[in-house]
Design a protein around this ligand. Structure first.
Ligand SMILES: CC(=O)N[C@H]1[C@@H](OP(=O)(O)O)O[C@H](CO)[C@@H](O)[C@@H]1O
Ligand SMILES: [Mg+2]
Length: 547
């Protein structure tokens, strides 16, 4: 096989010319931007995925086309490595350089990547591609596929799938189907089988009722949930809202991000009994949060921290009852509610670590444990089991019922990445086994009020942080000022960091009361504006609207 790079890039220039010279970066979740500027990015990511597959000895590499929780005009692309992880950090800069190079320099640049990484261009290469249900995704998928074909790689298109489904397919193929069958049916089959065995015919238990409202964010999660329902043997009554078949747009006034950040129910909520479990997923269904309204009609949120603590407590209990010795750990970020961390440390007595924002950091840390539970507060997370843990549990399952349950849970969990639907089925399983409703669940601890602000600055990279982003080291003096302010608030905690997905600085604040939290966030926001080159309008002082 020989590849004439010159012909390939003449073709690229004709079909996928670079329309924007604006510099873009492979960030926390790959490339994101307005869909009309992404064709050349997609073609080049098809090229890169082909090279990455060859670099990894012909293992399958995944390419997912999605802008997750972003609005409808946006799209994006992220690469999935052979074990289902996000693209290795060392290749993120290769990706960034590749998409920013001009059309004229493309050929030479690709030749350099091949040479620098000693890639055998004649070896075989396999790329799996999936997309969310944005109207521009099919066009962008074709660009990725053309990029793969241009370098004579093999491409397999999965059409519209959730991000976690694509991760599942990649791992299933690379493990020679030990993990599951790399097909849509294989995915449904594995999860539904485990879920229904764990239910074992017991559909209700104590306070647990068998009904859930599912907000699909008008995204791919809604479509796939409808497929789940068709294949499930009525083991859970799920009513799907924001299905994406009406005029509603993806993530618009619905979905996990909307519900979590604005702390309110999504649009199109039917009238339901108080305490009915409701679930929101995001546009590509890798995040999930729960919510309900209480008897006073007040909105109550059960976010990623709640899921993490529920799961951790349950797994710990099963491990203890199985009389096996495994190292369990929970991984959070600085955004985790302080009350959840206190509960984990003091009540669950579970080792907990804090890492920088972004799933790749959480995932890597979780791999250090036999059973690693990781969740971002926004609902993105999963559980990973080491080979040692799997073997120990399998042996114990011959004699212990609790270990048998653990074994089934491993099949229910999509270990490759956070998976909204798999996580939801896991939560449903645990609540059912415990006989809990949302009232029982939320009473485990009281969340501290918290507030996030987005501050516009001239250059967000003037902010540098350390200690898992909890301490700001640059610009000089900012951290001391933050600490001074925080010390005036009971249970106060605040930190600032540059966002990896938006051109802003994020401020996080929590304190004992809602009013204090608002004031603390405001004060820290003003400090960022003053010391880090704020460019936005002046922040509104909390409560000033009522003066
Ligand atoms: C506070 C917050 O929710 N940040 C999100 C957001 O990252 P930022 O770097 O904060 O923009 O998007 C990431 C990708 O989806 C997600 O991993 C992360 O948790
Ligand atoms: Mg997402």
């Amino acid at each position: 096989m020989s590849i004439n790079l010159r012909t390939v890039y003449a073709f690229a220039r004709e079909m996928y010319p670079k329309l924007s010279t604006e510099y873009i970066q492979y960030g926390t979740a790959g490339f994101r931007g307005k869909a009309e500027f992404l064709d050349s990015v997609m073609f080049r990511m098809g090229v890169l995925a082909t090279l990455r597959s060859r670099f990894r000895g012909g293992a399958v590499i995944g390419v997912m086309i999605t802008a997750s929780h972003n609005p409808e005009p946006d799209n994006g692309v992220k690469l999935v490595d052979p074990k289902g992880e996000m693209l290795d950090a060392s290749w993120e800069s290769i990706a960034t350089d590749l998409v920013n190079v001009s059309d004229q320099d493309l050929e030479q640049h690709v030749a350099k990547i091949i040479k620098d990484n000693s890639i055998d261009i004649t070896s075989s290469s396999h790329v799996f591609v999936g997309m969310d249900n944005r109207y521009h995704s099919p066009r962008l998928l074709k660009a990725v596929a053309d990029g793969v074909i241009a370098l004579k790689g093999n491409v397999r298109e999965f059409g519209i799938v959730t991000t976690p489904m694509l991760h599942f397919f990649v791992v299933a193929a690379n493990t020679k189907e030990t993990y599951g069958k790399p097909t849509e049916e294989g995915y449904y089959e594995k999860l539904i089988k485990a879920f229904e065995l764990l239910r074992n015919g017991q559909l209700e238990n104590g306070n647990y009722k068998n009904n859930v409202v599912f907000d699909g964010a008008n995204g791919v999660g809604a479509r796939k949930m409808l497929q789940f329902i068709k294949r499930m043997n009525k083991s859970l009554n799920i009513s799907v809202i924001n299905q994406g078949i009406g005029p509603g747009k993806i993530n618009d006034e619905c979905g996990a991000d909307y519900v979590k950040v604005l702390q309110r129910p999504p649009i199109s909520m039917p009238v339901v009994e108080p305490f009915t479990r409701c679930v929101s997923v995001d546009g590509d269904a890798d995040r999930v949060v729960y919510f309900f309204t209480n008897e006073k009609g007040e909105f109550q949120l059960l976010d990623g921290d709640r899921i993490a603590t529920l799961v951790a407590g349950y797994l710990m209990d099963l491990v203890t009852r199985s009389e096996i010795d495994l190292r369990l750990g929970l991984v959070q970020t600085a955004y985790a509610n302080g009350a959840s961390t206190d509960y984990i440390v003091n009540e669950l007595k579970f080792p907990v670590s804090c890492v920088p924002t972004g799933v790749k950091h959480l995932h890597h840390k979780a791999l250090e444990y036999d059973i690693g539970v990781y969740f971002e507060a926004n609902g993105h997370g999963t559980i990973v089991f080491s080979d040692h843990a799997k073997a120990t549990i399998a042996t114990a399952s011959e004699t212990k019922a609790s270990a048998k349950t653990l074994l089934l849970l491993i099949d229910l969990i999509n270990e490759t990445v956070g998976d909204a639907i798999s996580d939801m089925l896991l939560v449903e399983t645990i609540l059912n086994h415990k006989g809990w409703d949302v009232k029982d669940w939320i009473s485990t601890y009281n969340d501290l009020p918290n507030r996030q602000l987005k501050i516009k600055v001239q250059d967000r990279n003037v902010i540098e942080t350390t200690n898992a982003e909890r301490v700001c080291v640059k610009p000089e003096g900012l951290q001391t000022e933050i600490e001074n302010v925080v010390s005036n608030y009971k249970r106060g905690r605040a930190f600032v960091r540059p966002s990896g997905t938006e051109d802003i600085v994020r401020v996080y604040a929590e304190a004992a009361t809602k009013e204090d939290t608002e004031n603390l966030a405001y004060e820290v926001g003003v400090l960022v504006q003053r010391l880090a080159g704020g460019v936005g309008p002046e922040l509104t002082k909390p409560g000033s609207a009522h003066l």
